[in-house]
Design a protein around this ligand. Structure first.
Ligand SMILES: Cc1cc2nc3c(=O)[nH]c(=O)nc-3n(C[C@H](O)[C@H](O)[C@H](O)COP(=O)(O)O)c2cc1C
Length: 254
C-alpha cells in the first residue's frame, strides 16, 4: 500500500482542522500524521511582549529545537506539509523541521503538497519553504494556501484579539470572527478530492492547475504589493533588533 506522510504544526488547532478536512478523501490510505512540536512550546495565547519577541529569529529563519519527530516508515510516496507564516516567514517550527535530517531525507525525490493556514500574507513564507524543499531534493507539486478573506486591516485587528486571548471569537462582539472562515475550513476536503486522484494515478502534473480551477484560492494583488515591500523592511529591522537586543535576556545573548 502506498504511504503518505503528513507533517503539521498548529497552535490553536486551526491548521489541524484544515489538514484533517483535506485528508477526508484519503480515507483508507496508509497515513502517518506527525504533529511536530517545539521543545520549548510557544505561548498561546501570546502576551504582547512574547508575540513581538519572536520577530527577529523568525524573520532571520533561525532554527529552534523540536521534540524529535517519530516517523513510522522509512519511505513515503507523498508528503503533505501543513504550515503557517509568521512575520512573512515560515513559522519557527516549520523552519526547524527542515533542519531535521530524517525529514529532509524522507522528502528527497518525493512529491510534496504544502497547505498553508494564514491570515493573508503567505507568499514570502512560501518562497522560503520552496527553497527549503529544493535544498532537500523534494518536488513541490502543489500549494494550497488558505487565508482570512476579510479586509486586511480588520483581519489584523481580529487576529491580534485571537492570538492574545486564545479565543477565536468576535472582538467586542462586533468584529468579524478571526482567522479562516468555517466554510473555507470545512470545504478543504474539495482540494483533497483532487489530490487523491493525482495520488492514485501517481501523476501530479495537473494538480496545481486543477486546484486553481476550483476557484477557491484568491490572491489579493494589493496585499501582495504590501507583502513584497514589507519583507525587505522586516529583514532590516530583525537584524537591527538582534544587534541591539530588545530585552535584558536578548541583550545578554540569551
Ligand atoms: C507570531 C505570529 C506571526 C504571524 N504572522 C503572520 C504573517 O506574517 N502572515 C499571515 O498571513 N499570518 C500570520 N500569522 C497568522 C498565522 O499564520 C496563523 O494563521 C495563525 O497563527 C493560526 O495558526 P495555527 O493553526 O497555528 O493556530 C501570524 C501568527 C503568529 C502567532
Amino acid at each position: 500500500m502506498k504511504k503518505i506522510l503528513v507533517v503539521s504544526f498548529s497552535q490553536s488547532g486551526q491548521l489541524t482542522q484544515i489538514v484533517n478536512n483535506f485528508l477526508i478523501p484519503f480515507k483508507g490510505a496508509d497515513i502517518d500524521w506527525v504533529k511536530i512540536e517545539p521543545k520549548d512550546p510557544f505561548p498561546f495565547p501570546w502576551s504582547n511582549e512574547e508575540f513581538y519577541n519572536v520577530f527577529p529569529e523568525t524573520v532571520l529563519e533561525e532554527s529552534i529545537q523540536l521534540n524529535p519527530p517519530n516517523f513510522k516508515h522509512q519511505e513515503y510516496d507523498l508528503i503533505i506539509l501543513g504550515y503557517q507564516p509568521w512575520y512573512l516567514s515560515p513559522s519557527m517550527t516549520t523552519t526547524a523541521l527542515f533542519e531535521n535530517e530524517k525529514f529532509c531525507s524522507l522528502i528527497n525525490n518525493k512529491p510534496i503538497i504544502t497547505i498553508i493556514g494564514s491570515r493573508n500574507m503567505w507568499l514570502n513564507a512560501q518562497e522560503s519553504v520552496k527553497l527549503f524543499i529544493k535544498k532537500a531534493g523534494g518536488n513541490l507539486v502543489a500549494n494550497i494556501p488558505l487565508a482570512d478573506k476579510t479586509m486586511n486591516l480588520i483581519s489584523a485587528i481580529t487576529i491580534l484579539h485571537w492570538m492574545s486571548t486564545g479565543k477565536k471569537d468576535r472582538k467586542w462582539g462586533i468584529f468579524p470572527l478571526p482567522g479562516i472562515s468555517e466554510k473555507d475550513i470545512n470545504e478543504t476536503f474539495l482540494f483533497g478530492e483532487i489530490a487523491v486522484k493525482a495520488f492514485n494515478k501517481n501523476s501530479y502534473d495537473e494538480l496545481q492547475d486543477n486546484i486553481v480551477k476550483l476557484n477557491k484560492i484568491s490572491i489579493n494583488t494589493s496585499i501582495m504589493f504590501i507583502e513584497s515591500r514589507a519583507k525587505k523592511l522586516f529583514r532590516i529591522w530583525a537584524k537591527t533588533i538582534k544587534k541591539k537586543g530588545t530585552t535584558p535576556k536578548k541583550e545578554l545573548g540569551g
